[in-house]
Design a protein around this ligand. Structure first.
Ligand code: 6PG
Length: 475
């Protein structure tokens, strides 16, 4: 008998937890995993009549109430195409396939086009919050047609994290918008993490703070405008004792971790997308570069021998200065991320509501943060706000934070502490706030060597070329 409200395909940690989450909301969930051993283990641990054990796609399709809803929680990439190929002949027009993995949005576009003629509906949905989020309530970012969203809405709202702004799920826009929103979420996540890591390093190596003081500082910041999941876990991480090794229990575990940052690719996709769209994304790109640099361990070790000059203590900078710098730089990162999202929405016709995106990031996801409330309010007040940092409230905060931010970047640079994201954020801001910058010289050079032409300030509609070598030189 067809009793299942929805199906989950893929019982890895995220899929299993999402299935259990739906189940815990009173839904009947059909579940399938390609490897029977994984399905066996899942049912041995969580077995329940409302978790229907399907051992084939036929059984899965038969278990579902029509119109069917199937959530794919398989590794992004070829596996998604393979499962769609298997499912297609077993589903009917009107059924919905949701891809809940970290798929790259161009793949989601392609799958949309592939499935459109079949009458099957396809929803690319970002899911954030890690294992815990999937189980207790993630932030979910579905894209696709509005009709599918209205149908899915009660199910997704029942399983989503809830903030004071409601369930952390919304329609993110047409076609691949959900995966684009999730990609940018991850780009912002990269920016946040890099900024926090740089600040931690300055507190520690520049101001000489020990583990317990570091914990206090981050915990204190977590109580203020920087309050966020990433700051909260950082407070715990910085003072966590190493449970093994020769100094067992007396040194921080983080000191025993090789400083080579992993990356699955979503941050890199964000940076590539921004470059292709011509959106300046300095903070996030610096964060992606910093991960790439961290991976060059052998080269770094060599360079450290050749340029053996350890960073000096930070002069003239307080803990409060670092808080202000981190906050201001974080605001740049969100300004850039939302700028990219606005551009993507405009260029690809997503119709994404930026205020809604800020609202659904308030709980459940990795970048959940207190200040998203204000991001939400800023875009509600002015949906056409060109850049987040131009919102009057944020602009006031930026003005106040600016002297400290400059002090931090200047002192860190003078003392030899690398602060790629803090400084790229400041450079982005300083460039953005210049009504007249240095690009005139670039235009002149282009015109000089390639007759690429330029436009004059006093006649901006005219295209001009000059024979530069024939001009008189000023005395
Ligand atoms: C989330 C996370 C998640 C991502 C990890 C690791 O929102 O739950 O973004 O989707 O896989 O954060 O990403 P990296 O391996 O690229 O750091």
């Amino acid at each position: 008998m067809s009793t299942a409200d929805l199906a989950v395909v893929g019982l890895g940690v995220m899929g299993a937890n999402l299935a259990r989450n739906f189940h815990s909301r009173g839904l009947t969930v059909a579940v399938y995993n390609r490897n029977p051993a994984v399905a066996d283990a899942f049912h041995a641990e969580h077995g329940d009549p409302r978790l229907i054990d399907c051992r084939s796609y036929e059984a899965l399709a038969a278990a579902l109430k029509p119109p069917r809803i199937v959530v794919l929680m398989v590794t992004a990439g070829r596996a998604v195409d393979a499962v769609i190929d298997e499912l297609r002949p077993r589903l009917e027009p009107g059924d919905v396939i949701i891809d809940g993995g970290n798929s790259h949005w161009p793949d989601t576009e392609r799958r949309h086009e592939l499935l459109a003629p079949t009458g099957l509906r396809f929803v690319g949905m970002g899911v954030s919050g890690g294992e815990e989020g999937a189980l207790r309530g993630p932030s979910m970012m579905p894209g696709g047609d509005r009709e599918s969203w209205e149908r899915l809405r009660p199910l997704l709202e029942s399983a989503a994290a809830v903030s004071d702004g409601g369930p952390c799920v919304t329609w993110c826009g047409h076609r691949s918008a959900g995966h684009a929103v999730k990609m940018i979420h991850n780009g912002i996540e990269y920016g946040d993490m890099q900024l926090i890591a740089e600040t931690w390093s300055l507190l520690r190596n520049g101001l000489g703070l020990g583990p317990s003081r570091l914990r206090e500082v981050f915990a204190g910041w977590n109580g203020g405008r920087l309050g966020s999941f990433l700051i909260e876990i950082t407070a715990e991480i910085v003072a966590a004792a190493d449970p093994q090794g020769s100094a067992k229990g007396t040194t921080p575990l983080v000191d025993a971790i090789l400083d080579v940052a992993g990356q699955k690719g979503t941050g890199r996709w964000t940076a590539i997308d921004a470059i292709e769209a011509g959106v300046p994304l300095g903070t996030i790109t610096a964060a992606v570069d910093a991960r790439a640099l961290s991976a060059r361990l052998d080269d770094r070790r060599r360079a450290a021998e050749i340029f053996a000059e350890p960073p000096a203590p930070l002069a003239g900078v307080s803990e409060d200065d670092l808080e202000a710098a981190l906050y201001a730089a974080k605001l740049m990162s969100y300004t850039q991320g939302f700028d990219l999202l606005r551009t993507a929405s405009r260029e690809r016709g997503y119709e994404t509501d930026l205020a809604e995106v800020a609202r659904i990031w308030k709980a459940g996801c990795i970048i959940r943060a207190r200040f998203l409330d204000r991001v939400h309010a800023a875009y509600r007040r002015d949906p056409s706000l060109p850049l987040l940092c131009l919102d009057p409230g944020f602009a006031d905060e930026l003005r106040a934070a600016l002297p400290a931010w400059r002090r931090v970047v200047a002192a860190a640079t003078a003392a030899g502490h690398p602060v790629p994201a803090l400084s790229a954020s400041l450079a982005w801001f300083d460039t953005m706030r210049q009504a007249r910058g240095s690009a005139a010289l670039i235009q002149a050079q282009r015109d000089y060597f390639g007759a690429h032409t330029y436009r004059r300030v006093d006649a901006p509609d005219e295209i001009v070329h000059t024979e530069w070598s024939e001009l008189q030189q000023l005395p």
